[in-house]
Write a new protein. Structure first.
Ligand code: SF4
Length: 335
């Protein structure tokens, strides 16, 4: 690690050790809260990072202190050179993980294992095949569910990301938690967040508070154990007494966790986002291709990071469409 300057520390004292890399803007699902109905304008192929460029940029971040890299998309496993990308990144001294919709993860089990991936986050918003089809606009529920069981049986640590929406899947909270009775999964309930084109509405959001009310209506309070959250954790973790797995809540809307944020994001077209909600981006790819150092750009981006949610530090600001839609759609950020 280069000692001379910590370009990953922001003006709020947060050291950024976690880089999320979006490998593609493409996906084999069409989730309504992520992908605008009309789809997204894909970047021209030449504007997307090659596997060599992904490796070069990641290597620079690791040299400056990044210890964890998560691969996201779109759907990262739709990239044809995914095994080369995994192999290259696995050569770095970094904890590698991936977020996938698991539609085709069964084809990549060996590659994922060979390249040291131990934790896999899978997006699944309903345990009902019809609802799954409605939200993803694809009929892959059985495949995804069986692949979650397969990943678990193959020894991966599986976290299931569930974006909750009122009057859609908020009546499945207990069904998801009951999965953890016999399966060592971590179910992560995510408050619905505003991004370009996802028709977000505060009224559709299921809050941390109301999720816990549902939990305490179903389980005696002394059976609901609050677990120790990991440093920089985005989620608040719980376990029902005697259950194999756990559940967690990611409350970016009602209870943001920006104080301990250690995350930076790299988009598939080589832009650095210093925050999930930042409306500004810094172009790393052009400088890399011109053979220029990307370190000054990274440092400037990190020093420009707002304390909370890309400057939307109040719920009122977050609810302001002029502010929150001034960002990409989730499909091209990668969560
Ligand atoms: S909203 Fe931005 S600052 Fe807050 S935790 Fe997420 S990425 Fe970090």
């Amino acid at each position: 690690m280069k000692e001379h300057k910590n370009i990953l520390k922001d003006t709020h004292g947060r050291a950024h050790s976690y880089l999320r890399i979006s490998l593609t803007e493409r996906c084999n699902l069409r989730c309504s809260y992520c992908m605008p109905a009309e789809g997204v304008q894909l970047s021209p192929k030449g504007h997307l990072m090659s596997y060599e460029e992904i490796y070069e940029i990641a290597k620079t971040f690791v040299e400056h202190g990044v210890t964890k890299i998560r691969l996201t998309g779109g759907e990262p496993l739709v990239r044809k050179d995914i095994s080369v990308i995994l192999e290259k990144l696995a050569s770095l001294s970094v904890e590698l993980s991936i977020t996938t919709n698991a539609v085709n993860v069964d084809r990549h089990i060996d590659t994922l294992k060979t390249n040291g991936i131990k934790t896999i986050n899978v997006s699944l918003d309903s345990l009902n095949a019809e609802k799954f089809k409605h939200i993803t606009r694809r009929d892959y529920f059985e495949k995804v569910y069986n692949n979650i069981l397969l990943l678990n049986s193959e020894g991966f640590k599986v976290k299931v990301n569930v974006v909750l929406m009122k009057d859609f899947n908020d009546n499945e909270i207990i069904d998801f938690i009951n999965l953890t009775k016999t399966l060592p999964l971590t179910i992560r309930f995510i408050e619905f967040m505003p991004f370009d084109g996802n028709k977000w509405d505060m009224a559709k959001m299921v809050s941390y508070k109301s999720i816990m009310e549902t939990v305490y209506n179903a389980f005696p309070e002394d059976q609901v154990h609050r677990l120790q959250d990991a440093p920089n954790d985005t989620s608040k973790n719980y376990r029902i007494k005697g259950f194999q797995g756990s559940f967690a809540i990611i409350s970016s809307v009602t209870n943001p966790f920006c104080d301990s944020c250690n995350r930076l994001r790299l988009t598939a077209n080589g832009q650095l986002k210093n925050c999930l909600f930042s409306s500004t981006e810094s172009d790393l790819l052009t400088s890399l291709r011109q053979g220029k150092s990307i370190e000054p750009i990274i440092q400037k981006a990190v020093l420009g990071k707002f304390k909370i949610r890309g400057s939307m530090n109040t719920l009122k600001k977050l609810q302001d469409p002029k502010l929150h839609s001034n960002n990409r759609s989730m499909i091209s950020i990668g969560g």
